[in-house]
Design a protein around this ligand. Structure first.
Ligand SMILES: Nc1nc2c(c(=O)[nH]1)N[C@H]1C(S)=C(S)[C@@H](COP(=O)(O)OP(=O)(O)OC[C@H]3O[C@@H](n4cnc5c(N)ncnc54)[C@H](O)[C@@H]3O)O[C@H]1N2
Ligand code: MOO
Length: 426
């Protein structure tokens, strides 16, 4: 059993302890597939990519101008160099002839540095005068140091250097880097499969009439969005009524295919004892009370899936803000680990709270905030207003979560607080 189940009232698990229990239990998927580079955005590398070439492959010019011997530059007097007559070195066409001391050659950005030359003077720093033998290029003293404006072979990536490590989630610049190495195919983990459903007799879905006492299911749509941003494959199992037969049937469907079962609702101290019994028969799920607001009730643990596999249950609380906050606090990083990624901690910004915030030590609070730039150029944050766990508008108006840590007490106006920007949550 992953932790006592259920925890007694007052016996709440700190957020850090809940996260540690989850991470200690996880076993990442190991199935690997080969994909063309073009299809790899958002996927997770299953093996290190070692650079098969040096990038750039040759020393080359960083400027349009003249390539020269740095040793020809005079420190105290103008330097005059004879340009090779009628020759320009273009990118993609290396120069075949030698350039002697006292000579220079016109060169374009990206062109291979001619043999023996180590410096490029940008065209705008040159005085060019023609005589009977061709052009003479004159530079004022001190405008240029030897070695300037030369991009060195391998300065982006040396041959044999790891370009990207296994576990890296591929972003646009990564695709460009891999293309610059000529890497056409990649080993990536297959996508994690997450089965998603909402529980509750009161729930109706889009297109259904809303009878007295019923509400539309919002959690499945918020969570679907959060999952899609993580790049996992979502198996939408819809709504499940509060009864053991329906829950069992949906779990059968989920466990036939999924690596993860993500649910919301039905995890509190209510009358859902059958949920505990049913899940106890199908795995080792711990029902926790976490010292956090919102998001106190939470269940997690392994379930026995088809073909001897394990699937991981994340049962989030039903209140719409609690469902999203617990997703970001616990499930997001855990799903990335299960998918084979080496997750980076979410960036935390420090912002000045424009108002006092009530808070007592002993639990973590995730308040919805709007971060903006203050008149003094520093970040400041104000809360979105009513912070009830059912007020989803508090999330849509916010651009950040203000994270008040376990030990933190009341916040005075002007104090700095930690915030997670929503754009960092994807
Ligand atoms: N005696 C206790 N009561 C409650 C406790 C507790 O510790 N002791 N915890 C409270 C907290 S905190 C929360 S959060 C809720 C969580 O309860 P459940 O996870 O069992 O969720 P439900 O009871 O099913 O629903 C709670 C609330 O959220 C609405 N809901 C549920 N699913 C959805 C959905 N998919 N879309 C939109 N809204 C949803 C539901 O209608 C309820 O209003 O329990 C407290 N009670
Ligand atoms: O999880 Mo609950 O109220 O803290 O939403």
């Amino acid at each position: 059993m992953l932790g006592p189940s259920p925890l007694m009232a007052g016996d709440e698990l700190p957020v850090a302890e809940a996260r540690a229990r989850i991470h200690a239990a996880l076993r990442p998927i190991t199935d690997v597939q080969t994909l063309p580079l073009r299809q790899a955005l958002g996927r997770i590398l299953a093996a290190d990519v070692i650079s098969p070439i040096a990038v750039p492959a040759h020393d080359n010019s960083a400027m349009d101008g003249y390539a020269l011997h740095g040793a020809d530059l005079l420190a105290d007097a103008p330097t005059a160099l004879r340009a090779l007559a009628g020759v320009t070195v273009f990118a993609g066409t290396p120069l075949a002839q030698p350039v002697g001391r006292g000579q220079c050659v016109r060169i374009m950005t990206g062109a291979v540095m001619p043999e023996g030359l180590d410096t490029v003077v940008p065209i705008e720093l040159c005085q060019v005068a023609a005589d009977a033998a061709g052009d003479v290029v004159t530079l004022k003293p001190g405008v240029l140091k030897p070695g300037e404006n030369r991009r060195k072979r391998g300065e982006d990536l040396a041959l044999g250097q790891p370009a990207l490590r296994a576990g890296h989630l591929l972003r646009p610049a990564d695709l460009g880097l891999l293309a610059s190495l000529g890497v056409a195919e990649l080993q990536v983990f297959r996508r994690l499969k997450v089965a998603l459903f909402s529980t509750g007799n009161e729930l109706r879905t889009l297109g259904q009439p809303l009878e007295e006492g019923c509400i539309y299911d919002s959690n499945r749509f918020s969570l679907m969005g959060a999952l899609e941003r993580l790049g996992v494959e979502v198996l939408d199992l819809g709504l499940v009524a509060d009864d053991p037969v329906a829950l069992n049937a949906t779990l059968d469907q989920a466990l036939a295919h999924a690596d993860v079962v993500l649910t919301s609702g039905g995890v509190s101290m209510g009358d859902a004892d059958y949920t505990r019994d049913l899940l106890a028969a199908r795995g080792e799920v711990g029902f926790w009370k976490v010292a956090m607001r919102p998001g106190r009730p939470f269940a997690f643990g392994p379930l026995h899936a088809a073909a001897g596999r394990t699937a991981w249950l994340f049962a989030l609380p039903g209140n719409p803000v609690a469902a999203l906050v617990t997703f970001y606090a616990f499930a997001r990083e855990a799903l990335l680990v299960l998918a084979g990624a080496t997750p980076r901690p979410l960036p935390v910004l420090k912002a000045r709270s424009v108002a006092a915030i009530r808070k007592r030590p002993g639990r973590t609070e995730y308040q919805r905030g709007i971060v903006s730039l203050g008149d003094d150029g520093r970040w400041e944050v104000r809360l979105t207003g009513a912070q009830g766990a059912g007020i989803l508008r508090s999330m849509t108006e916010a651009n950040a979560l203000v994270v008040l840590g376990h030990e933190q007490g009341a916040v005075a106006a002007g104090d700095e607080v930690a915030v997670w920007l929503f754009d960092g949550l994807v």
